[in-house]
Design a protein around this ligand. Structure first.
Ligand SMILES: *Cc1c(COP(=O)(O)O)cnc(C)c1O
Length: 345
């Protein structure tokens, strides 16, 4: 069992700690001043990331939020409009950054299941006008976090790209968990990335790095992003220390994501067998657990299972969220299900 101190922490796939192998890669990293573009490990990670994503260039960021916000700052001028799904991370979970920094107007599109469709996007694109805000960007998210890690179909991404492009609007892919979309759908990350103009991928979620994200796109986009990253205070120096973790993760932790998905399916199956519990069937590594019928609030249940060494996050008043990751194995997931069952007694 790999859980720390006997705690099964399923609050997020961001709670992982670097493994011994990753720490070793960090210790051995060759470094230089990345603000002078002289860190060989950062350069290698950017090249490897671009190659995997099938994009001309990539840039290393301290976080996914900074990479997403940089994409907005490059693509969209102040007062322009950005179309996205109504529960997108950029809308709900970046603390108003799009308004605070890029000064853009977000146009959230409500959907039943977190999945934008070509029709909903097409309706949200503004006509050319001297009076209405002008659509500067469409953002898609894959996997979609708040719907429970759903995978947006490649065809849907392609259709959205086609209508956006024909309106002269670029598409940014928030692919924090694009690796999971790829493992879940059995489709290469480059195929998904190929249906967007720019893409952000996280290294600190399912891949288990202590920090980092990559933003990828055309060379001139990345040059503009380089200046914005600097302006935001995100230019680092001997960042090869962090990039080494990224390179290690791409080599060792990508292939194993299907294990996390299998553990998510196991948890979903075990939880669904508990009376009163409803489960959204997981497509990747996120399990949404509905507790409304149990007579307990999500908050109460989260604290009861925490008393048994299992941690879920409270997603809403009646919904818990569990995210599987490389620090929790099948045995940990079984313990989590037992804790949930016992918490109801
Ligand atoms: C986590 C996440 C981000 C932001 O990444 P950080 O590295 O936490 O800043 C962006 N989008 C989605 C969908 C995410 O899950």
């Amino acid at each position: 069992m790999t859980e720390r101190r006997g705690i099964v922490d399923l609050r997020s796939d961001t709670v992982t700690r670097p493994s011994a192998g990753m720490r070793d890669a960090i210790a051995r990293a060759e470094v230089g001043d990345d603000a002078l573009r002289e860190d060989p490990t950062v350069n290698r990670l950017q090249e490897r990331g671009a190659e995997l994503l099938g994009m001309p260039a990539a840039l290393f960021f301290p976080s996914g939020v900074m990479a997403n916000q940089t994409a907005l700052l490059v693509h969209a001028s102040r007062g322009s409009e950005v179309v996205l799904e109504a529960n997108a991370h950029i809308f709900d979970w970046e603390d108003g950054a799009a308004a605070a920094w890029a000064g853009v107007q977000l146009r959230p599109v409500a959907t039943a299941d977190g999945m934008l469709t070509v029709e909903t996007v097409e309706r949200a694109l503004r006509p050319r006008s001297d009076y209405q805000p002008q659509t500067a960007l469409v953002c898609v998210e894959n996997t979609h976090l708040s719907s429970g890690g759903r995978v947006m179909a490649l065809d849907t991404m392609r259709e959205i790209r086609v209508v956006a492009s024909s309106a002269g609007v670029p598409v940014h892919l928030d692919g924090a968990r694009l690796w999971n979309a790829s493992a879940g759908a059995g489709i290469a990350v480059a195929a998904f990335a190929g249906e967007a103009d720019t893409v952000m991928v996280s290294l600190s979620k399912g891949l288990g790095c202590p920090a980092g994200a990559l933003l990828a796109g055309e060379g001139d986009f990345i040059e503009r992003a380089w200046r914005i990253r600097r302006r935001l205070g995100g230019a680092m120096r001997q960042a090869g220390i962090l990039a080494a973790a990224g390179l290690y993760a791409l080599e060792h932790n990508l292939e194993r994501l299907e294990e996390d998905h299998a553990n998510a399916r196991l948890l979903a199956r075990l939880a669904a067998g508990i009376p009163g519990i409803g489960v959204v069937s997981p497509e990747t590594n996120i399990v949404m657990i509905d507790v409304g019928e149990t007579g307990f609030s999500a908050e109460e249940l989260a604290s009861r299972v925490a008393g048994k060494g299992v941690r879920f996050s409270v997603f809403s008043a009646s919904r818990l969220r569990a995210v599987t990751h490389l620090d929790v194995d099948a045995e940990g997931v079984e313990r989590a299900a037992v804790a949930l069952r016992d918490a109801l007694l």
